[in-house]
Design a protein around this ligand. Structure first.
Ligand SMILES: *Cc1c(COP(=O)(O)O)cnc(C)c1O
Length: 483
């Protein structure tokens, strides 16, 4: 007989939630060391053969508390500023958990589905998107870009009388982006059957922004070769350095050539709330599609990206899966008397997921919790932190500011006349930072120079974390340079 009993599980939720809550609260204090301090300990505890008999919930929860959680990730640490990712806020995690039990699917006439659309409207308004733009949630920026470019592909081929969703693509196509654009653009091109080589690398200026002149030149060249232009992709906040492409200029070119204009703001779109950089988003209203990742600056748990398009019908034509018999026969939403009487807005036909959690409730909760003012405060704080590091780097003889910050990313490095290989030296500083585990930026290459690259987006990341990072870089640099 198995010790696992389907019935015994009932009624245990409050107790285990309490256990989990205590454990996670302890985790967030980060006094448990790093997973790689003694990996054998948890590996030995977790390794094992497939269990023939289940243990029941209790022992698994104990193992989760003891071995899993304390050996989790540094990503939610307030001093973590690597890549562009962060841990969720408490409310984001709680709402996501509530949804997983109370509304496992976004379909159905539930309060959760109601918030799907309302949160999309809030999000669009928060980020100054034109009111006619409609959204769709997906798992993150990768899929969000895929959906946007899928819409672009649909629209572009329809203009020459081809339905690519039905018949596939039969003509060489082009997507225009810079080398600093996110590689999910290239992957989307591959998945959409256009091929990675369809993505043209338009030149950047010294600040990493797309050169409109070079774009014009490429367009003329490709037109003469009869390549079908699918989209011009502007990035509002590049992953490497946070640059914002000149949206108005690029949008005007897109309009003039009747090409789909996509803005990838997965990371950087919330930057529009900072009055010091709002002007850089001028022209955003020209976009045919826009991507923003609530699981970045907004503090949602990982798994929430958003695509906005000027017309959701295009998404429908591009991605509809066609009706399945078992989904047929639902009555219209107006006559519904049960939450199961209708599916609600057919989001599943606007993207590539059928089963999907109702992510909108999370976004609604987060916006409701902090409001527009709270979000603006967070964005302004993080952008100011990048500027503060720039200021210190400019003022200090042993630091060099390599790229002027636009948003919450600052690229700087340690320098000294006696150091021959600055890249190797800064890499050593970075390794030491990660080992110390208090201030954890990433590195990137800017024109061949390896730089220290903090990107501040975490809700728990405060001004003093920027100061602490610079202090630590200086301290490590000094020590390493003596040896
Ligand atoms: C993060 C990011 C992506 C990818 O998003 P995921 O959520 O990681 O899939 C795409 N574009 C930009 C500009 C990003 O910053």
């Amino acid at each position: 007989m198995s010790t696992y009993n389907e019935h015994a599980e009932c009624g245990s939720l409050p107790r285990y939630l309490k256990q989990l809550g205590d454990e996670l609260e302890r985790f967030l204090r980060f006094d448990h060391g790093d997973a790689m301090d003694e990996p054998e300990l948890w590996q030995n505890a977790l390794r094992g053969p497939l269990p023939e008999q289940g243990t029941g919930i209790g022992p698994v929860m104990d193992t989760i508390s003891r071995y899993l959680i304390p050996n989790g990730s540094k990503i939610p640490h307030p001093g973590f500023s690597s890549f562009i990712t962060t841990g969720p806020t408490t409310l984001g995690a709680l709402t996501s958990f509530a949804a997983s039990i109370a509304a496992p699917q976004r379909l159905g006439l539930t309060a959760f589905q109601f918030l799907e659309e309302q949160s999309l409207q809030w999000l669009g308004e928060l980020l100054s998107l034109p009111p006619h733009m409609k959204g769709i949630y997906s798992s993150g920026g990768s899929v969000a870009n895929l959906l946007a470019l899928g819409a672009a592909r649909q629209w572009a081929f329809e203009q020459i009388g081809i339905d690519p969703a039905l018949d596939g693509v039969s003509k060489p196509a082009r997507i225009y982006a810079t080398a600093s654009s996110h590689h999910t653009i290239h992957r989307s091109a591959a998945v959409l059957g256009l091929g990675r080589n369809a993505v043209v690398a338009v030149k950047e200026d010294r600040d990493g922004r797309m050169c409109a002149d070079d774009l014009q030149r490429q367009l003329v060249k490709d037109a003469s070769r009869h390549h079908l232009p699918i989209a011009i992709v502007a990035t509002a906040g590049t992953t490497g350095a946070g640059a914002i492409d000149p949206l108005r200029q690029l949008g005007d070119i897109a309009r003039a050539h009747k090409i789909w204009f996509h803005v990838d703001g997965a990371y950087g779109l919330p930057g529009i709330l900072d009055p010091q950089v709002t002007a850089l988003y001028d022209g955003l209203e020209l976009a045919d599609s826009v991507v923003i990742d609530p699981h970045k600056w907004l503090g949602a748990p990982i798994g929430i990206g958003t695509t906005f398009v000027r017309d959701r019908d295009i998404l429908h034509r591009a991605f509809t899966q066609g009706a399945a018999d078992y989904l047929e026969g639902t009555i219209s939403d107006e006559q519904a008397q049960s939450s199961l009487d209708g599916l609600g807005i057919p989001y599943a036909d606007f993207g590539v997921e059928l089963s999907s959690p109702p992510r909108g409730a999370v976004v609604w909760a987060l916006i409701k919790e902090i409001g527009k003012a709270g979000m603006r405060e967070r964005v302004c704080r993080h952008n100011a932190m990048a500027r503060r590091i720039a200021e210190r780097a400019r003022a200090h003889p042993k630091l060099e500011l390599v790229r002027e910050p636009t948003l919450s990313i600052c690229c700087f490095r340690y320098v000294s006349a006696n150091i021959e290989d600055l890249n190797a030296f800064n890499r050593r500083i970075h390794r030491q930072l990660l080992r110390n585990g208090e201030n954890m930026p990433s590195t990137t290459l800017i024109d061949g120079a390896l730089v220290i690259r903090p990107c501040f987006i975490g809700a728990r990341t405060l001004e003093h974390h920027a100061e602490a990072l610079v202090d630590e870089v200086l301290a490590i640099g000094e020590r390493l340079n003596k040896h």
